[in-house]
Write a protein that binds this ligand. Sequence first.
Ligand code: FES
Ligand SMILES: [Fe+2]
Length: 387
Amino acid sequence: MVFARLGADTARPQCLKSAIASIDGLLMHPAAAPRASDESLDPKAMREPLPNAWYCVGRTASVAGEKMRAVALNGEQVVLGRGRDGALFALRDRCPHRGMALSKGKFDGDTLMCPFHGWRFSTDGRCRDVPTLSSHDASDFSRIAVQRFPIRESAGFLWVNPHLGPSDPAAVPEVPELGFTPAGSLVVELEVEASFDLTTLSLVDPGHVAFVHDSWWFRPSKELREKVKTFQPVPHGFVMTSHATTKSSPVYRLLGGVPEVEIEFRLPGVRLERIAAGEKRVANYTFATPLSANRTMLTNALYWSMPALNLLKPLARPLMRQFLTQDQQVLQHAQAGLDRKPTMVLLGQGDLPSQWYFRLKREVLEAAREGRPFENPLTRQELRWRS
Ligand code: FES
Ligand SMILES: [Fe+2]
């Protein structure tokens, strides 16, 4: 079985060297070095964020009226907005004439005007006017266009897929949805100077929690305890199945009753924690967005169904920011270490979810390259670790 091979037998190694020797393939490049059998998969592709995927590019409320917003996405500059008809648009933030950022220009609800020479573009990217042309000029601008990207909204956020070219929608991981109507929500966004992969691994890494997130309000006990959790595959990811967590954190206790928790990871970098206690619902969603090669945006959104929790919002915001800052700081220092030597060791069952991330990513890339449907390579498994 795949998971057994991947490290179920790696507990308590005598020393790191023998552990690495005994678990062939676990000494890995951050991009998961390619297996000998598949030289045809470009190793560079494994090191980069998935090109054909939806990424969170900010809150839905951040574009309204004639306001445009410039965002970085996987090395691309994108301008976002919402037309008078309510339809969202995402265009490459670059005027074809001289490369000017269109986001610096004006938007009247129908067309974007470049501030350099006044060329106008409709929200589908097509050039509609070049005001400097004289009626005697025969130049044709009707075939000039700005690259347009698909954009969607879900769970209060905007999602853009930076992929160019045709693609099968079934091959692309679904954008996260919220299964209830929230009475309130709280969003914190933090930029991390670290690669997308390293940042995304922190979303599936149970081992860091006890050491990085050791605030009294999150982890009152400093002791490491043995954990046993069951994981199973879901489309483009895996989920840690529901379980009672009264002892885990005082935050859960706020809900009253015995909450059930389910934590899903989904490509490209989405962690969905859903908590249910009777009719009450709380969701804590975290999204990683690649801005550039070594800059990643971490977005954390907490939603709740109980109006009474709105009163706690001013208190919760600094705590959530503190939590995210803990990840930010440690990731930035780790990135500096990986920059000096880009290898990592994935060891023990606590590191299996990190391996699964690379396996899922590899399968998406291989399926796309071979023109076949994605097949989740994971199977149900129980993992044990201490945290
Ligand atoms: S650069 Fe945009 S109109 Fe000239
Ligand atoms: Fe973390």
